[in-house]
Design a protein around this ligand. Structure first.
Ligand code: PXL
Length: 304
């Protein structure tokens, strides 16, 4: 009986010994964002990352004069080849897209490459600090709402929430504003909404606020704020969050691990006078990703 079980187990493992994540993001050669953080984070958490690159850039768009190669026309060919290989993924995870035309392609990707248990995480990358990112225009915002409605989980920052809701990109000033925004975003359909960089009433704090429609609970993870803005931390945060969920952690533990990993990365970098545009010193903190959680700060919020 046990031998039969083990044989069946090994047979099953052979089909998918390592979970696969389709990562639909750009490849920026310098500056630690998108695929250059998504791949190391998820690989070191034990997952195979299969990149579907949306654009190739010399650097992310916070540098000036970057070179941008839009890969929109190549996406259908890559998808066609992957389909012929009968691929499916344990997670489909999108971030920065090369053009608004790619949204319909990513919607099709989700329909074509999801299995029964596939997690769909959409990071609706649109902007930060109250502004759209340089390469985008309003069509990206309008199309992004479609993609958000296909997600199980979304991870917007406060600017992206304002843009998605056609509201002031600086509308979220505290936890209550974030909860109100979550009510409005829930109408788009995602089960789990995670809002990052929410200002916290407490002096010198910032929070992640999250809601799970299924159990109707709200979570808050506060962390000390440092006066620095490192591009790519949203990508790192969403990657760690996804990795924790794929490893089987519950939502608040996953939020805790992701928030405190970023905080550790920011502190490790802030101590040097390092050019913020280059991102956090990910390589210094990556090995801590799989160590036991040392700091916990999640709170459950009482809410009607
Ligand atoms: O981290 C978001 C991001 C991803 N990719 C590119 C970016 C940015 C933010 O600036 O420019 C190319």
């Amino acid at each position: 009986m046990q031998i039969k079980f083990l044989t069946e187990y090994i047979e099953k493992m052979k089909q998918n010994p390592v979970k696969k994540v389709a990562a639909i993001h750009d490849l920026s050669g310098f500056g630690r964002s998108s695929l250059t953080v998504v791949i190391p984070v998820l690989s070191s958490m034990g997952f195979q990352v299969c990149p579907l690159p949306t654009a190739v850039l010399s650097t992310h768009s916070q540098f000036s004069d970057y070179h941008f190669v839009d890969l929109t026309e190549h996406l259908p060919h890559i998808m066609h080849h992957w389909k012929s290989l009968n691929l499916s993924f344990d997670a489909i995870y999108s971030g920065f897209l090369g053009s608004s035309k790619q949204i319909d392609m990513v919607v099709k990707f989700i329909d074509d490459f999801s299995g029964d248990d596939t997690i769909v995480l959409i990071d609706p990358v649109l902007g930060d600090n109250g502004k759209l990112y340089g390469p985008f225009d309003q069509s990206m915002v309008d199309e992004m709402r479609k993609l958000v409605s296909k997600a199980h989980i979304i991870t917007p920052n406060i600017t992206e929430v304002g843009l998605l809701l056609e509201d002031d990109p600086l509308m979220i000033k505290d936890t209550d504003d974030a909860i109100n925004a979550i009510h409005r975003l829930a109408a788009f359909g995602p089960e789990i909404i995670v809002i990052t960089s929410v200002p916290d009433g407490a002096e010198g704090k910032t929070s992640v606020i999250a809601h799970n429609k299924n159990d109707e609970r709200y979570w808050k993870v506060p962390v000390d704020y440092l006066p620095a803005a490192y591009p790519g931390t949203g990508d790192t945060f969403a990657s760690v969050l996804l990795g924790c969920l794929l490893q089987g952690d519950n939502l608040p533990m996953s939020l805790d691990r992701a928030v405190h990993f970023i905080s550790h990365g920011v502190r490790s970098t802030f101590g040097f006078s390092y050019d913020e545009k280059e991102g956090i010193l990910l390589e210094k903190v990556l090995p801590t990703l799989n160590s036991m959680v040392q700091i916990n700060s999640y709170e459950v919020l009482k809410h009607k």
